[in-house]
Design a protein around this ligand. Structure first.
Ligand code: PHE
Length: 441
């Protein structure tokens, strides 16, 4: 899938963007029933009159838009910014799959109070600076009423500053770094945060796998990776483990030989690698070539069909913390998976699932707000409680974060297998502690 990198794209029928049909009941259908006179000058005058009436009706309709569909105009513009190209392009593709499906389903069911949702997508190429530029464009030029995006925390952090300053609500489906929603009261997420995700990995390593000696390898220029390393290190140490050695890299590095050789000499039980799929796939491949056999444990950032590119076997016996499992028998989850497969011929990953939930949470909030006003949508979003998502029940806490369990997935034979669920501890975020986890198989 290609896109032109910088401008607001009409992704046309591929994405239901800017080309959606007008819903049958959204417009004010005005019917004129008239008989034209059959002679010369009068016919001319008649035609002129008809023209004048038509033009003014069209004008009235345009002016009257704000009144259609209660407090909503007939078309609701939602801005989306995603990495559709670049090193994390599968994050963007999957997320758009989820957002598009949620939007199509919603529009087919009458939109939001009869108003049609129009998505305006910008590709930020996975670059924080580009995210800032495109989100500024969405907000100031396109005048979107709310923004969905990004996946990568570093991009969301930068764009959140723009949305907060312009007072346009932004909801990230999947950015887990703490700093994102700290940008202010217009910034929301429907996923858990990394202090919990890192702790979940540490708990699983110590309590389930009984591993005590860890190495950590961190993408030092990536807020997400740095944040996860910090929370994992703290939790793992608190639970009695020892971080024996820590190494750094930068996204896009070609060789991890020096770091991996050091780790091999240190003799550890496992390696924690909280990076994104492209680098992590390479790191693990090179580790196996160096004879390192211990498991790697990672986070949601591994979740990509491209992770397996370096070879499936290298990943056997590794684990990740993630947001959802396709193995979850919950009928709501299975209905989503079936709809997604039917639409795209593909199984949705966690990003697609979170984006599907995120779009729905936003649309539900706009419906309750019954307004395009940023503050009203913000207040409605903040009041989100017990939303039945496919990634769990979503309640937003006082910091505009979702408090949800994490699943542990085992990598085997080129796919993910549900292993267990880790629930947030009661001291984590106590405001809305009771969220439903996924039933173990
Ligand atoms: N949590 C990651 C981040 O904040 C993004 C991500 C989420 C990647 C889910 C894959 C799956 O950077």
């Amino acid at each position: 899938m290609n896109s032109s990198p910088s401008s607001a794209n009409c992704w046309g029928c591929w994405n239901n963007l800017r080309c959606g049909r007008r819903l049958p009941h959204t417009g004010s259908a005005l019917r004129l029933s008239v008989l034209p006179p059959s002679f010369g000058l009068w016919r001319l005058i008649w035609c002129w009159l008809v023209l004048v009436v038509l033009v003014s009706v069209a004008g009235c309709e345009r002016k009257g838009r704000a009144a259609v569909g209660d407090g909503l105009p007939p078309v609701l513009k939602i801005g989306v910014y995603m990495p559709m190209t670049g090193d994390t392009a599968t994050f963007g593709t999957s997320s758009m799959g989820g957002i598009r499906l949620a939007t199509e389903q919603r529009n087919a069911a009458g939109g939001i109070r009869g108003s049609r949702i129009e998505l305006i997508l910008e590709d930020d190429r996975g670059q924080p600076e580009e995210a800032k530029t495109v989100v500024t464009r969405l907000v100031t030029r396109e005048k979107v009423i709310a923004v969905l995006g990004e996946v990568g925390s570093a991009r969301s952090i930068v764009a959140a500053s723009v949305c907060q300053q312009k007072r346009v609500p932004m909801l990230t489906p999947s950015s887990t770094n703490e700093k994102v929603t700290r940008k202010g009261d217009f910034i929301f997420r429907v996923c858990f945060i990394d202090p919990f995700q890192g702790e979940a990995a540490a708990k699983f390593a110590v309590q389930d796998l009984k591993l005590r000696r860890a190495a950590i390898i961190t993408d030092v220029k990536n807020d997400y990776s740095v944040g996860l390393t910090k929370s994992f290190r703290e939790s793992f140490t608190r639970l009695g483990g020892t971080v024996v050695i820590e190494k750094n890299y930068q996204a896009g590095d070609a060789s991890f030989n020096a770091q991996l050789t050091g780790i091999r000499e240190a003799g550890v039980d496992f390696i924690y690698a909280p990076g994104y799929y492209g680098d992590v796939g390479q790191i693990i491949k090179q580790a196996r070539e160096l004879g390192i056999r211990v498991p790697f444990i990672g986070g949601d950032g591994w979740d990509s069909p491209d992770l397996w590119r370096g070879g499936k076997e290298a990943l056997d016996g590794c684990f990740i913390t993630n947001h959802y499992s396709v193995d979850n028998p919950d009928p709501r989850v299975q209905a989503f998976i079936a709809a997604y497969r039917q639409r795209y011929g593909d199984t949705p990953d966690a990003l697609a699932a979170l984006a599907y939930d995120g779009a729905q949470v936003l649309y539900a909030a706009i419906e309750r707000a019954n307004s395009t006003d940023g503050e009203k949508i913000r207040d409605a979003l903040a009041a989100t409680r017990d939303f039945p998502g496919v990634t769990g029940t979503i309640s937003l806490d006082a910091n505009r974060n979702a408090v949800k369990p994490a699943v542990i997935l085992e990598l085997r034979d080129g796919s993910y297998h549900y292993r267990t669920t880790i629930h947030p501890s009661s001291d984590q975020e106590t405001e809305v502690p009771n969220v439903h986890g996924q039933a173990p198989r």
